[in-house]
Ligand binder design. Structure first.
Ligand code: ADP
Length: 399
């Protein structure tokens, strides 16, 4: 069976086609600027040349149509006809408290995705738009939703409750949800394989360090804690997000800078983090370069970044009462050699010792800890799309 994986953003559609007989990739692509002048499809069929198609498209349904045409194109397509696609897997950011696992999409599932618009206003509406566009174009195949929040639903109340009046949880579902769940799930499973231990017996700390960044502590196959919270704003220092701050700063700055709630939301999500602190860029490569050439703000920004991650490592080792391995993943985690080194150095009291030579590696599955490190340090490239494809296949293969 072949599976189409779809990840719809507000103005983009990312997709993959996989043959589930051997999980091999047949094509990947990105349709950018949907609904904005300059719509561009970059379609990359495996084993053939990449194709760029520029064609302004008004909405996601027209966008999906163009994607499907590319998939069956006799020259650069990857399947003979749409009948080859057995099911479609959709990335959905927020499943609220309703979904601890992936699920076949029916009207009730769509209703829940809609109910979560309020708590995921940037993500769930385009996710649902993508689902509805695909359902319109492929009405006869099952569609599956794979939620970023699902894996974190295994967290206990002491990790997901905030110390706020209980009514705001009851009434507004204000609690920690956590994000990047599909990535934490994937790399923690790979880590258990690398440890050679059953997943249900491992203590794992995963560090998904990308432009957005989060960590998770996983014990016996369940999430014990994760750093993103009610929204992806909480936790680590990110490209443009502040991560943890004193909440009083929000009210203080709203008053001082005359910001309303929406402007404040934008300020802490889009103007803060490494971008705001360094004044250089949200991209860690630029910040590293600036720091190396003597930019003091960039140097401080990096120290704040490392300090925050190191604090979470200590926090999570305490909550796990030990740790078998750290796992570095996503753009920064997979490629940031200096960054891994700086995060892991001087943590030998916690049993963490990084081997600088082994650590000189990018984007490969590898153990970079010293022989005598009590805690293994793995670099594991994440693969959220593979999880979506596998879940979709498992849920639909007998239908
Ligand atoms: P997201 O999916 O959250 O947008 P990614 O996981 O693709 O982000 O990570 C993108 C980030 O990875 C970039 O912003 C950049 O900071 C970082 N990155 C990529 N390569 C390197 C590198 N060699 N060194 C440090 N950081 C890197």
């Amino acid at each position: 069976m072949k599976i189409l994986v779809v990840n719809c953003g507000s103005s983009s559609i990312k997709y993959q086609v996989r043959d589930m007989t051997d999980e091999s990739l047949l094509a990947v692509g990105l349709l950018d600027r949907v609904g904005i002048p300059g719509t561009t499809l970059k379609h990359e069929p495996v084993g053939k040349d990449e194709v760029l198609i520029k064609k302004d498209l008004p909405n996601h349904t027209e966008g999906m149509k163009l994607v499907l045409e590319a998939l069956v194109n006799p020259e650069y397509g990857c399947i003979e006809s749409m009948d080859d696609i057995g099911a479609v897997g959709h990335r959905v950011v927020h499943g609220g408290e309703h979904f601890a696992e992936s699920t076949v999409i029916d009207e009730r599932v769509k209703e829940v995705i809609r109910e979560c618009f309020d708590i995921a206003p940037l993500h769930n509406p385009p996710n649902l738009m993508g689902i509805e566009a695909c359902q319109e174009l492929m009405p006869n195949v099952p569609h599956v939703a794979v939620f970023d929040t699902a894996f974190h639903q295994t967290m206990p109340p002491e990790s997901y409750m905030y110390a706020l009046p209980y009514e705001v949880y009851d009434k507004y579902r204000v609690r920690r949800y956590g994000f990047h769940g599909t990535s934490h799930f994937y790399v923690s499973h790979r880590a258990a394989d690398m440890l050679g231990k059953p997943y249900e017996e491992c203590k794992i700390i995963t560090l998904h360090l990308g432009n957005g960044a989060s960590m998770a502590a996983i014990k016996d196959g369940k999430v014990v804690d994760t750093s993103m919270g009610f929204t992806p704003l909480e936790g680590l220092v990110m490209g443009t997000r502040s991560g943890d701050i004193d909440p009083a700063i929000v009210f203080f700055l709203m008053e001082k800078m005359g910001m309303n709630a929406q402007e404040a939301n934008n300020f802490f999500n889009k103007k803060s983090g490494m971008l705001g602190l360094s004044g250089v860029s949200n991209d860690l490569r630029d910040v590293l370069e600036a720091a190396a050439s003597g930019n003091e703000r960039a140097q401080i920004a990096l120290k704040v970044y490392y300090n925050k991650v190191r604090g979470y490592i200590g926090n999570y080792i305490a909550k796990l009462n030990g740790c078998d391995c750290l796992v570095f993943t996503a753009g920064v985690g997979e490629n940031g050699i200096d960054i891994r080194e700086n995060i892991c150095k001087d943590l030998d009291y916690l049993g963490i010792k990084i081997d600088s030579e082994k650590n000189n590696v990018r984007g490969k599955e590898v153990d970079v800890a010293t022989e005598d490190s009590k805690v293994r340090i793995f670099v594991i490239p994440t693969n959220e799309e593979l999880v979506i494809a596998c879940d979709t296949y498992d849920l639909t293969k007998s239908s």
